[in-house]
Design a protein around this ligand. Structure first.
Ligand code: T4K
Length: 371
């Protein structure tokens, strides 16, 4: 990547010498994967950091979604939102489940609980909401509906690393939550992910499922998959855990500066922190009102690119607009007005732990039309 480009994010990397020391341990042990020492330590450290009872780490953030659906025997139809990364809906497709798209609440970007009940049919078995950008969904209302209709709730919490509401981890909501540790995330292990579950029995089942279903040398208890995280990535994760708080605080400072500078700009909207929520500042979405701002979202997006600023339009197009899903009855723009508006107006500005004040100003100058 050209050094003059400002990218939307930058991976959190451990100190190379410390990583090397841990690699040396792996070399000495000659144990590289399959529930090794670092894998065990990483899961324990994550439980403590995230304040969750049980976690199972995976090789990416998509397999936990697929595995969660398998573990809970989800079939038929699942209610979800189109305002996310494609992996959310793909995980349903890979399990032969029909996605039913419900519109989002413009205040959070997550599913609008007021629209869930009318989408429930006799084939509905679960709800898969997304804490998009790490903003907590309206979890209490979602759970009330799930309880009323006997549905499971699997949260795609890929963006929600470390998010807490009133001191409680958002990852303890619903039946299960998934995380992504992709290099573009606040906390990463190059590729990686995890599934958070609430009890020991389910944790055991997940561990079987991510290891082909093996429950012993000669016993396979379910048609599992290979989702295991290797020792190198577990070591990488253990080191990154030590510096993730500092990285989140650095991102927080960028968010403060952006908000202060952009608040007076007409036609540029953004979210403030939610009361009682510990945010992780993984993304800084702004929403462009072309009429007021005098430029469309895409005009601003390409202007940023001309200035070497590689902002991203997460999440445009909507998942429901991709050819695989376009034909679904729930995929129409009429059914999804809030998601459509958000997808058509969003730009995620660069935000990461190493974004210098000079680079922050370069971004702001373009958005504030000073360049
Ligand atoms: N659910 C949700 C809600 C998700 O957002 C995601 C993933 C998943 C599930 C699935 O989790 P994983 O299976 O991926 O663990 C990225 C990521 O690949 C993806 O993980 C993420 N969501 C999605 C929102 O964004 P791209 O296509 O935007 O990545 P890319 O390669 O264009 O990178 C973006 C920018 O980041 C680059 O311009 C520069 C910077 N970058 C990227 C990489 C890979 C670096 O500086 N270094 C790097 O190594 O998808």
């Amino acid at each position: 990547m050209d050094k003059n480009f400002i990218t939307v994010t930058s991976p959190l990397l451990p100190d190379l010498d410390e990583f090397h020391e841990m690699l040396r341990e792996i070399w000495d042990r000659k144990w590289v994967t399959n529930n090794g020492d670092f894998h065990k330590r990483f899961e324990a450290a994550l439980c403590e950091y995230l304040k969750v009872p049980y976690i199972s780490v995976f090789t990416n953030g998509t397999l936990p979604l697929i595995t969660a659906l398998q573990a809970l025997n989800i079939s038929g139809e699942v209610i979800t939102t189109p305002y996310s990364f494609v992996a959310t809906t793909h995980s349903l497709w890979w399990n032969g489940i029909k996605p039913v798209f419900v519109d989002i609440d413009p205040a959070t970007g997550g599913i609008d609980p007021d629209r869930i009940e009318s989408a429930i049919t006799p084939r509905t078995t679960a709800i898969m909401p997304v804490h998009v950008y790490g903003k907590p969904c309206r979890t209490r209302e979602i759970q009330e509906i799930a309880d009323k209709y006997g549905l499971r709730v699997i949260y795609d919490a890929a963006h929600a690393f470390g998010i807490e509401v009133d001191g409680k981890s958002i990852l303890t909501e619903g039946d299960m939550s998934t995380l992504s540790f992709h290099g573009t995330k606040v906390f990463g292990t190059t590729e990686g992910g995890a599934l958070v579950v609430q009890d020991e029995k389910t944790k055991k089942r997940i561990d079987y499922l991510k290891n082909f279903g093996f429950a012993g040398e000669t016993e396979v208890v379910a048609p599992g998959i290979n989702g295991k995280m290797d020792e190198m990535r577990a070591a990488f994760g253990l080191l990154n855990l030590q510096q993730v708080d500092a990285a989140i605080e650095a991102r927080h400072q960028v968010a403060i500066r952006y908000r202060e500078a952009l608040r007076p700009i007409e036609g540029i909207d953004f979210w403030d922190d939610m009361p009682g929520v510990r945010h992780n500042y993984g993304y800084f979405p702004i929403f462009v009102d072309a009429g007021k701002y005098g430029m469309t979202r895409d005009e601003l997006y390409f202007k940023l690119r001309e200035h070497g600023i590689l902002a991203r339009r997460y999440f445009y197009p909507l998942i429901s607009d991709f050819s695989t899903y376009r034909g679904l009855p729930s995929a129409t723009r009429e059914n999804l007005p809030n998601a459509t508006r958000m997808a058509d107006t969003v730009i995620c500005l660069p935000i990461h732990h190493e974004l210098t004040p000079t680079d922050q100003q370069r971004v702001l100058d373009v958005v504030m039309k000073k360049r």
